[in-house]
Design a binder for this molecule. Structure first.
Ligand code: NAD
Length: 254
């Protein structure tokens, strides 16, 4: 199950898992985007089995419906990738309670609820992989991504507590923290930052690339491949990690 996967990093994760031979169940809000995503996955992996369900990850009933449909069609989930659209970019004093509430439901509670749905079956089978797609900001706060920074730091802590509590059930729980990745979200953020600085969108994207040691934004597939690795048997001894995939931006203690 890969959440919020009609485009961007979620879709790249679904494509990478399908290339590994996984059957994939993806959700997003719009049916049109999901159809295009299915075509893209099957374009890369012709024999892939793909289930698409319209669901808003911030709505508990939608998550339950997506999970039930997946289990009915494909059996219990072996791998869960949580993901969502990015919360609004804003400085702290400009944010309203409503924006915090929307961010909380979409960014944090979707992770809580989806985990709760898949864990019992993973426990009874003694195997599972949970991967939370979050952000570099969990370790490297960003002033204009206040909600994302706050909640993603919490998800790194949740990753740790979930991994501790589930390790002996054969379940591995990790978070993947992408840096600036070339998706529609990155372009939207570049537009917001360009307006704030009085520069063009392309200049904002170039400034973002210049600030990355690798010298460019990530391709979504470079994040998707890390998700596929963490979901694999090859990652059997990795759990509780918040793994930066940021081209070297965050200068964290070793
Ligand atoms: P994107 O805009 O390309 O894709 C977002 C996907 O989420 C789309 O499929 C969209 O339909 C879906 N979606 C959005 N809101 C949803 C909802 N409420 N319910 C169901 N589906 C929903 O964005 P992206 O760049 O792939 O970002 C994905 C996540 O990664 C975001 O949470 C973002 O904060 C994070 N992230 C992105 C970057 C980056 O540079 N692109 C960097 C760090 C973290």
């Amino acid at each position: 199950m890969v959440a919020a996967a009609s485009k961007g990093i979620g879709l790249a994760a679904a494509c990478a898992l399908a290339r590994e031979g996984c059957r994939v169940s993806i959700c997003a809000r719009g049916a049109g985007g999901l159809e295009a995503a299915r075509d893209r996955i099957k374009g890369e992996s012709a024999s892939a089995s793909v289930l698409t369900i319209s669901a808003d990850v911030s709505v508990a009933a939608d998550l339950e419906r997506w999970h039930s449909a997946t289990v009915a069609s494909m059996g219990p989930a072996d791998i869960l990738v949580t993901n969502t659209g990015g919360p609004p970019a804003s400085l702290f004093m400009d944010l309203t309670d409503d924006q915090w509430e929307v961010g909380f439901q979409s960014t944090l509670m979707n992770v809580v609820r989806l985990s709760r749905l898949v864990i019992p079956d993973m426990q009874s089978r003694g195997w599972g992989r949970i991967i939370h797609l979050t952000s570099l900001v969990a370790k490297h706060p960003s002033d204009d991504l206040t909600i994302s920074t706050t909640l993603r730091t919490g998800i790194s802590a949740l990753t740790r507590t979930q991994s501790n509590q589930l390790a002996r059930s054969g379940i591995r729980v990790n978070a993947v923290l992408p840096g600036n990745t070339m998706t529609d979200r990155a372009i939207q953020l570049a537009e917001v930052r360009a307006r704030a600085r009085g520069i063009t969108r392309d200049e904002a994207l170039q400034a973002a690339a210049d600030a990355i040691p690798v010298g460019r934004l990530a391709e979504p597939s470079e994040i998707g491949d890390v998700v596929a690795f963490l979901a694999s048997e090859r990652a059997s001894y990795i759990t509780g990690v918040s793994l930066l995939v940021d081209g070297g931006v965050a200068q964290c203690p070793i």
